[in-house]
Structures are given as C-alpha cells and as structure tokens.
Write a protein that binds this ligand. Structure first.
Ligand code: HEM
Ligand SMILES: *[C@@H]1O[C@H](CO)[C@@H](O)[C@H](O)[C@H]1NC(C)=O
Ligand SMILES: *[C@@H]1O[C@H](CO)[C@@H](O)[C@H](O)[C@H]1NC(C)=O
Length: 394
C-alpha cells in the first residue's frame, strides 16, 4: 500500500509542476549602450522577452525582441499578426547568423509552407537589425509603425533550425506551438496562449496525464499487486479485489484518456502520428478484452481455467509493454519539458525495482514452502508445512 501512495504522490507532484514557467525576468536586463526601454514583458514560452517604447502620436514602437537559449545555428523571429491568432498571416521580423554576420529582415507569412523569404510587411518597418551575444542569445532591434486600430495586437514568436543560411521548419510540438499571445503596446498588458491553439495545448496535456497515470502507471501497478500479493496467503482474497480495483480504475481513466486522444486526432486532420495512434487503438481493444475476460473467467477448478490464465497473463503483459512504449511515444510528440519524461521514468524504475525485490522474495518463499511441504510429505514433521504456510502471510 505504501508504494501505491508513493505513486499517487508522484503524480500530484507531476501535475502541480505542469503550470510552472521560466524564472528569468525582463526587468533585470540592461542593454549595452542603448536607450532604456520603458516597458518589457516576459513572453510565456521559448525564453523570449520583448522590450519597447511606444510613441502614441505616430503609433511607433521601438522594440527589442530578445531570444535566449539559442545557438548560432538557429533562426529566431517575432511577429505581429494583424488578421488572426497563430502563425498564418503573421508579419514577421526574422534574424539569424550567416557567414559570421547577422541577417535581419522582414517576412510576411501567408501559409504554413512559408520559406521565410524577404518581403515587405503590411505596416512600415523603418529600421531593423540584430545582434548575437556570442553565446546563446539573439536580439532583434526594430522600429515598427503599428497597423491602424487597437494598440492590442496578436503576437507570435519562434525559433527554428538553419541549413546554411536558409531557415528550416521549426519544431511543431510543445513550446514551439504555444508561442502565441496578445500584447497591448500602450498599457503593456499581455495575454499568453491564443484561443484555439491554447486550448489544444491544454487538451494535449490532459490527454498525456490521463494516459501516463492509467495505462502507464496504474496498469503495471495492478499487475504487481496480482503477481506478488497473491503469494502471501494472508492477502487472499484481498489481492484479487485490489487487482480488480486497480485495473478497472486504470481502464476507466484510460478510456477517458483514449477518447481525448481520438478527439485531438480528429481536430487536427493535417497531422498524423500513425504509430502512436495505432498503438492507442490496439491498447483500447486489448484493455477492453481484458475487462471482459475477467467477467467470463472460468471457476478456478474448471478445466479451461488453465488456458484462460495463460491468455489473461499474456494479454496483460502485452498491454503493459505497449502502454509504456506508447507513453514514451506520446512524450516525444507532446515534447513537454524534459523533467516530465524523467519523472515518468523515475516512477517506472521504482515499480521495476519493487517488482525485482518482490520477485526475489517470492522465489525464496516458494522454495521454502516447497521444501517444507516435501518434508511434511515424507512424514518428518506433520505440522511444518502448515506452519510455514502461515508464516508466509506477511
Ligand atoms: C520556416 C518557416 C516556417 C514553417 C515551414 C512553419 C511551419 C509550421 C507548421 C506546419 C505549423 C503547424 C504545426 C501544428 O499545429 O501541428 C506551424 C505552427 C506555428 N508556427 Fe510556424 N512555420 C515557420 C515559421 C514560423 C515563424 C517565423 C513563426 C513566428 C514568428 C511561426 C510561428 C508558429 C506558431 C506560433 C505556430 C502554432 C500556432 C499555429 O498553428 O498557428 N512559424 N508552423
Ligand atoms: C515618431 O515620433 C517620434 C517622436 O516625435 C520621432 O522621433 C520618430 O521619428 C517618429 N517615427 C516615425 C516613424 O515617424
Ligand atoms: C518593399 O518596399 C520598398 C519601399 O517601399 C520597395 O522599394 C520594394 O520594391 C518593396 N519590396 C517588395 C518585395 O515588394
């Protein structure tokens, strides 16, 4: 039971960490040899910061977009999107290092197939330049004249790889599709996340947590309970009810997780993660069979019980292996912060260590029991086998 609570605890820690953000702060940054910017904002993802001065009479913004944690072989970009939330329609400022010097230019983005070619934006950009700090930070400096209308605009920002001096597609998971928000250059107010895209990120996280907890953790835990608690005679039939409780709740939560996955898939018809999807479907089928098999199991002394046991164990172990594989595939797609993968690996290793210890212990018990039974069988001590069996009820 202690290990059960430990696992549950791990997951509360896990869930509570989902909402933590980067600790760096734009206020503490000073630009060398430059006019101070009166306003700044820590953007929600991708180690990015926006600093600016806003001149209301001619709607001019002098800005510095700082992107930390990038090497010299990445491009960075910041954009206003006057027409929509998200990438398509963005009017981007792009910068990267090429041949030892910084390139900085404007690029209107009309589709997801953009190659970030140079072009004029829908609003004036009188000046643009960029700097690389020599280590891991690129800053774009620009003057822009805000498009007519509100001083609150949609913004997006990004970083991606370079091939020579050609920008390549940025990652399309994790923080790289959460880099959306609005900013009011007058008041400095920002909101992060952009409508549909933001709620998709939330649903992806919910999907991940539900499945990692159910298929990825409770299922193996339930198998451990069945395999090792069964040996302790005192735990009979408690092990059976614990096993059922564990597996049916894992199945219920797992089906919810599975449904959120199907919904995610149907909401983004352009993108398919075939193996993750197929494994998910296979798991649902196998898991459902397992639940029905439980209802249809023959009585312990029935002649088919032997075959049923083989079937139930084989499917059970297959489900656990496929679940773990699929949780890791999910991590690669979701691409959350590294710590989540590490925490999940930690939970698995803990379960594995517990299983190995219990396996050893079980063998010792079984061998001892066998010896005692042999002894009592040979009439050496009639009470011994009985006594030993009771000792095992630890
Ligand atoms: C090399 C050029 C680029 C290519 C080929 C490209 C491609 C894509 C693709 C295919 C997606 C969809 C991913 C998904 O939802 O599964 C996407 C999303 C996104 N991109 Fe780009 N992109 C490029 C440049 C940029 C730039 C310069 C920015 C920002 C200044 C940007 C910001 C975003 C954002 C915020 C999203 C997620 C929100 C949305 O779906 O609109 N991208 N990109
Ligand atoms: C906007 O006004 C400021 C201050 O009056 C001036 O320095 C700047 O050049 C103007 N910008 C543009 C783009 O007209
Ligand atoms: C961008 O604007 C400038 C100045 O208005 C003009 O000379 C140039 O041809 C334009 N470039 C493109 C690609 O339209």
């Amino acid at each position: 039971m202690a290990m059960f609570f430990r696992t549950i605890l791990c997951f509360f820690v896990l869930i509570s960490l989902v909402f933590t953000t980067s600790a760096q702060n734009c206020r503490s940054h000073t630009f060398a040899n430059r006019i101070p910017y009166s306003a700044c904002n820590d953007l929600s993802v991708l180690n990015s910061f926006l600093h600016w001065n806003y001149i209301a009479e001619n709607r001019t913004v002098n800005l510095a977009y700082r992107h930390a944690g990038v090497s010299a072989t990445r491009w960075v970009a910041w954009a206003i999107n006057p027409t929509a939330r998200g990438m398509v329609g963005s009017q981007a400022l792009v910068a990267f290092q090429s041949g030892g010097r910084m390139e900085a230019y404007t690029s209107p983005i009309n589709s997801f197939q953009t190659s970030l070619a140079r072009g004029n934006l829908s609003f004036p950009v009188p000046t643009i330049s960029a700097e690389f700090n020599g280590a891991n930070e690129i800053t774009i400096f620009a003057t822009i004249v805000l498009p007519p209308g509100s001083t609150t605009v949609n913004q997006v920002w990004q970083e991606g790889p370079l091939t020579g001096s050609t920008p390549g597609i940025h990652p399309t998971t994790g923080a790289n599709i959460q880099s959306i928000g609005t900013i009011d250059f007058q008041s400095g107010q920002t909101s992060s996340g952009g409508g549909a895209a933001n709620s998709r990120v939330k649903r992806r996280n919910v999907h991940g947590v539900l499945n990692a907890v159910s298929w990825g953790t409770l299922m193996p835990l339930g198998a451990i309970i069945a395999r090792y608690l069964k040996v302790a005679k005192a735990a009979n039939p408690a092990w059976f009810y614990l096993h059922i409780a564990c597996q049916t709740s894992a199945y219920a939560v797992g089906v919810a997780g599975w449904a959120t996955g199907l919904k995610l898939g149907s909401d983004s018809p352009g993108i398919q993660y075939d193996s993750h999807r197929n494994l998910g479907i296979a798991l649902f089928v196998l898991g459902t069979l397992q639940v029905f098999a439980l209802l249809l199991r023959p009585k312990p002394d029935h002649k088919f019980r032997f075959y049923w046991n083989i079937y139930h164990h084989a499917t059970g172990y297959l489900v656990i292996i496929l679940s773990v594989v699929n949780v890791y595939k999910g991590f690669d797609i979701l691409d959350p912060e590294k710590k989540w993968k590490r925490i999940y690996t930690g939970v698995l290793v803990t379960l594995a260590v517990i299983a190995v210890l219990l396996e050893t212990f079980t063998w010792i018990v079984v061998i001892k029991r066998k010896k005692n039974e042999d002894k009592s069988h040979h009439g050496a001590n009639g009470m011994n086998g009985y006594g030993a069996r009771h000792q095992q009820g630890v």
